[in-house]
Structure formats: C-alpha cells, structure tokens
Design a protein. Structure first.
Length: 333
C-alpha cells in the first residue's frame, strides 16, 4: 500500500490528508480547480435498527476494521463477540475478532449459510478457526446490564420463505426468541455513502449514492465526476479501478486533451485459439490452528508449476475485453 501511494505521489500528485470535506471546502475546490473527481467510498455504517443498539460494546464493522487499518487494535481478550451479517465484511470481522483474543465468536445471520453473500472459502475459513455460524436468526433487540453495557443479543428464529432475487426471503418462525449472551456486538450489515454534504451542494443523490453516467460525469455538471463505491455502493476493487480510469480519461478529454499513456513493455499478442477449460488453482493455506492467532499472511505462495498454469488461464481481457475504459483496450492505455 505504501509503495503504491509513493508511486502516485512521485508523479507530482499532491495529497492533503486530515482534511474533512465540508460544503465550504467543496465549493472552494470547485472554484480553484477545473475538474473534480468524487471517490469518497462508502464509509458510513448501517445500523442494526433494533432497540438497545446504543449500548456500550455495540460496534460497527467500519469502526472495528478502521481501527485495524490505523494500527489501533481493539483488545477483545476473553470477550464473547457476536458479529451480525453474512457478507465478506462480516467474515472479516468474525475472523479479526478471533485474532484479537475473543474467547468466543459467533456470526449471526438471518438467512441460511448457503445464502450468505460471503465467499464460501471465507465462511469455511472462519469455521475452521473455531468461529460459529448461527443462521436463521434475526436480531430483535440488544439487552443491556445496569451500567449500560451489552449483556445479550435477543434474536428471533426464522424459516426460509418464498424466493426473492435469487434467495429465499427469511420469515419469522413460530418459535420463542433466543437470548445470546455476549460482551461485544459488531454490526456488519452493509455500508452507506456519507453523501449529505454533496447533496446540500446540488450533487444528485439516489439512496445516498452519488449519481453519474457511464463516463463518470455527475448528472447536471460538466466539471464534476464521481465513481467507485460512492456511485455503485459497496462493491469490488476492480469496479472502483475501472471507474477511476474511466473518469481520468474523460476528465482529460473534458480539459481538451487526448493523452495516450506510453507502453514501456512489449505485450505479446493475444492467442487466437482457445486452450480449453482448465481448473483454477486453490491457494494452499497455513493451518487454522496456526493462523487463527496472528495477522500474518494466511495463504502460501504458488509453486512455479501452479503459477505457470494460472498464467495460461488468462483470458487477455486487456485485448479482448470490453468495458467503460476506452471501450476495451488493444495494446493502448
């Protein structure tokens, strides 16, 4: 990460950190610069929306993982932790809590395990590290103790109902609520775009996301561009990178240029014939008992044989691919 940032700054880019973007600063920047690209991500936490979630010990996934990124690790030694959610962020929080010393970690999800949006290997990895998946349970309220600390999460059992967008909708089961004792609750049920400042300044917003066209131009503005999670909502790094490149080339055109980036390496021609399907290599990992107590790399390197085989599976999207960036590249960036 540091190397990537240094490479960018080495081109002459100026970074201003520790600078909250207020409405006044946004207007100032619009006056000082010919074009602006908004890529603020989705850093606001989605709340549980249940009574008692203001208890001490209720955290958001954003808080937990941001602290990790800032090297301010929370001490969860001996704590009983419940993570609410079923996506990759929930699995990240679940496995992180285990490494922060939690005595017990449970991931509570209102659907079936097979309906989780997290990658299967993330779920399997968490289970291997002795984290428990508690499915078909929907949070109802947070129970506090006399001092206002988390005492338990009360959940309502669910059953799978009719299909909705590819998954069965969870339906309240005719069963009693369940009390799950815990010391910490982490809400990992989605992230939101903190877009209020921009909405107040006329940037079009829909469901808290900034609105822009396929070229990343904000609707109703020629000089303001937006992309990444701020537009799509929480998504993949690949989509954010594509948006950044798309915005860059369109900002370049808006300013009256048509720059073509140099290509200092020779890229071999894409093969015209298919080599046929080939299975993907699964990365080998350190044992669950070993990796569950530290933050060292979990996956091991590929062997030379495995790396060569994976390279042969490349679909050459740089040549054949179609996308928002220049309509697909052909030896040109």
């Amino acid at each position: 990460m540091s190397a990537d940032i240094d490479a960018i700054l080495g081109t002459g880019v100026v970074a201003r950190t520790e600078t909250p973007v207020t409405g006044e600063l946004y207007e100032q920047l619009r006056g000082e610069y010919d074009a602006i690209y908004l890529a603020i991500g989705a850093h606001a936490a989605n709340s549980l929306g249940v009574p008692g979630e203001d208890a001490k010990g209720v955290l958001s996934a954003v808080e937990l993982l941001r602290a990790m990124g800032d090297e301010e690790k929370l001490d969860l030694t001996g704590k009983r932790v419940i993570v609410v959610g079923g996506g990759n962020v929930a699995m990240d929080c679940t496995r992180t809590a285990k490494r922060l010393g939690a005595k017990e970690v449970k991931c509570v999800y209102r659907r079936r395990q097979k309906d989780m949006t997290a990658l299967p290997e993330e779920v399997e990895g968490a289970i291997a590290e002795n984290c428990e998946m508690v499915t078909m349970m929907a949070p109802v309220r947070v129970e506090k103790d006399a001092e206002g600390n988390v005492a338990a999460l009360i959940v309502q059992p669910q059953i799978p109902g009719a299909y909705d967008r590819g998954r069965p909708r969870p339906v309240k089961a005719e069963r009693e609520e369940v009390r799950m004792e815990c010391d910490v609750i982490v809400a990992a049920i989605g992230q939101l775009v903190d877009s209020a400042t921009f909405a107040e300044r006329g940037v079009p917003i829909s469901r808290r996301n900034l609105q822009s066209d396929a070229g990343c131009t904000v609707f109703g503005s020629e000089a303001v561009f937006a992309g990444g999670d701020a537009v799509s909502g929480p998504s993949t790094v690949i989509r954010a990178v594509e948006a950044g490149k798309t915005a860059a080339v369109n900002i370049d055109a808006y300013l009256g240029f048509r720059h073509v980036l140099p290509r200092p390496v020779d890229i071999p021609d894409a093969p015209r014939t298919s080599v046929g399907p080939c299975g993907r290599i699964d990365m080998s990992e350190r044992s669950a008992a070993e990796r569950a107590d530290d933050f060292e790399l979990m996956e091991l390197c590929m062997t030379e044989q495995e790396a060569k085989q994976e390279c042969s599976r490349c679909l050459r999207c740089d040549h054949h691919g179609l996308g928002a960036f220049l309509g697909g590249r052909d030896k040109k960036w």
